[in-house]
Design a binder for this molecule. Structure first.
Ligand code: ZN
Length: 261
């Protein structure tokens, strides 16, 4: 089997043992890992990782927390990195009104401008949206027709919102929180998402699934998340994992695998 995963922020937490973690992930059966550079200072690390590990693909973008850093220079730097074939997604971009590390108006501006940049580059987006439902839906509602699709990562809204996002063509990605107690609402979403639009992720080093909560999250823990999702969907884990891999390839790899340059 295999699976799609996802690590972002604090890439430093893998500085000492990244190669071992990737090797272990391959041994555990993962087929694809998507590593995400959320700030300019991580872009070069993403480039190094994807160029030394065939299993790892990359995405870059300015995270909503760092929206104040998105300007013309950042956009130019991003366009330069996007020339690399194994950078297959644009993100994380979006809105986070829970933390509000950047002011709301700057978040909204950076989100709109990066959606346009991603559309211009023909790349699918990775959306981070927390406590920002109304603005996220309005902005995506205006932009989605011009976009190359995307995924709502670490999905945290309800089933009705999921339906609206699915209608716009987005994929929905489920994190390790589905293994925690009191996740009835998210379980209803997991049950509801059609097979061809479902993804799973770790958000490593964060959101570590049960029973490893409190420890650093690693890509291969995504198996615990997919196991729980399969249980909710009354499916075999192997079947769901295969579906998630196909979805990853369709969304990010244009249905084909890309060779390491
Ligand atoms: Zn995020």
């Amino acid at each position: 089997m295999f699976v799609d995963s996802h690590c972002h922020l604090e890439m430093e937490s893998f500085a000492k043992d990244r190669d071992q973690v990737i090797k272990k992930s391959i041994d555990e059966g993962l087929k694809y890992i998507l590593t995400v550079g959320t700030e300019e200072r991580y872009f070069e690390t993403v480039a190094e990782i994807i160029n030394s590990h065939p299993i790892v693909y990359g995405a870059i973008g300015i995270h909503p927390h760092n929206s104040v850093d998105f300007n013309r220079n950042a956009a130019e730097t991003i366009r330069k990195y996007l020339k690399q074939k194994k950078i297959v997604g644009y993100g994380e971009i979006g809105l986070d009104f829970f933390k509000n590390y950047s002011p709301k108006d700057r978040q909204i501006k950076a989100f709109r401008e990066q959606l346009a940049l991603a559309a211009d580059e023909g790349l699918p987006v990775i959306i981070h949206s927390r406590n920002a439902l109304a603005d996220t839906m309005q902005i995506l509602g205006e932009a989605y027709r011009n976009m190359r699709g995307g995924v709502i990562h670490c999905y945290s809204y309800n089933r009705e919102t999921a339906k609206r996002l699915l209608d716009m063509g987005f994929y929905i990605s489920i994190p390790g929180t589905i293994t925690y107690r009191s996740t009835e609402e998210l379980a209803r979403v997991v049950e509801y998402i059609p097979a061809e639009r479902i993804l799973a992720e770790t958000d490593a080093p964060f959101l570590t699934p049960h029973p490893h909560r409190g420890k650093r999250n690693v890509p291969y823990f995504v198996k615990l998340t997919v196991g729980k999702m399969a249980e909710i969907r009354h499916q075999q884990i192997e079947e769901l994992a295969a579906t998630i891999c196909e979805n990853f390839v369709r969304l990010f790899l244009n249905g084909r695998e890309v060779q390491t340059e």
